[in-house]
Ligand binder design. Sequence first.
Ligand code: ADP
Length: 491
Amino acid sequence: MSTAVATIAQPKIQHTECFIDGQWRPAMSGRTFETINPATEEVICEVAEGDKADIDAAVKAARHAFDNGPWSKMDARERGKIMFRLADLIEDEIDDLAALETLDNGKPIRESRFADLPLVLDCLRYYAGYADKIHGSTIPIRGNYFTYTRREAVGVAGQIIPWNFPMLMTAWKWGPALASGCTIVMKPAEQTPLSCLRLAQLAKDAGVPDGVVNVVPGYGPTAGGSLVKHPGVDKIAFTGEHRTAQIIMRDAAESLKRLTFELGGKSPNVVLADANLEKAAQGAYVGLFLNQGQCCCAGSRVFVEKRAHDEFMDKLTKLTKNRKLGNPFSMDTEQGPQIDRAQFDKIMKYIELGNIDGAKCVSGGERFGDTGYFVQPTVFDGVTDSMAIAQDEIFGPVMSVLTFEDWDDLIQRANNTFYGLAAAVWTRDITRAHDFARRVRAGTVWVNCYDVFDAAAPFGGFKMSGHGRELGEEGLKAYTESKTVTISLDA
Ligand code: ADP
């Protein structure tokens, strides 16, 4: 691995236990699990393996903190101030947090430091500013009554997040929950528990009262499943695979919990011949290879108008062939390892399937190096709609390029998936751009850009890509209940 450019020092591990009611505690079972550095395949440390008993203690703490305050009863402006303080504390140790994320997840340090962390701050500050602006409305009804609505916190929020953006997903979940006065039990992904645990301590340091934020590391079916089934939890916010969401929906049915889901995708990224092909190639490249292809909104089906195909491919493969893989702690590394052995094996299997199905591998297609879960940035050309690589979410650095000629046919093919998270179109034709934005069945549509995220803009999926939205006002409302109050004005 190259270390010629500035290499960032390894971070200190400060927290490996469950964070419950403001205290660090080992799992009640005494069990631990290993978290692995995906770049070296070495064990970073042992982490408490929380399960039903720990979840139960965490929910009790969160329930007590919600029912008795002070958080839920605190002046909203005061809550906002504490959230701003949390963002400031994160900013104070931004370099260490970025390094911790890179160690546990494998993403290149320049991404964790200059993409993930700024978005974490953006999200927390956006919702901190929202805390004192959550209000209902007055409604004229028939008769001599005064009717108004209140927006109240939904209660205890159970939050389950994946490993691809551990700290950012924590911020997306904590921001709206804290602003609205909810209390939290979070289950981070078993692959990447470390940064979320550090944020729990920073929340305490910022003045978040004990019991408001609880973090229980552990496995999905045990810790996660107990959280979903717990009668003391009012809402589950989940990000992960649609198959897990199906289990969660069934498990939550007993207590009819509120559910928001942000799930997978097989997003179409459409390049018309009239587009700025330089930018379109760059957009397709970033849209798929960002974060090692481990993005739910990855533009994994690239549809190129036939007459622009050769020029586009030329530009695209130049980019992929120059992509720098290696030590994620090196400042010039653009791509790190996949998260774990299971994902690595799954991706390599899809590359094999692409070859067997007759797609043409024009870039990459192999493992990179012999240590760590690195996969070369891979582009398949000549892909057809029915191939597995065009249908399944691979969640790795594997792009499928398809061509089209007819616009209506393209729209139908873009929509021919049970996913509907994101889509993009590259064109100078404003009519086509609007037509695409209107007809594509996806929660986010980018025109002449990709992966533009902002805490103010809602994000989530149509069809099996999700339920509800995160970020923006919609994301906040998902942590509130609406209460209608009607007062008779007759004396
Ligand atoms: P990924 O492929 O990103 O790991 P998963 O849906 O498997 O997607 O995991 C996302 C999160 O859901 C992780 O924190 C995982 O532990 C959790 N999880 C997995 N299975 C369950 C389950 N049955 N109930 C609740 N949470 C689960």
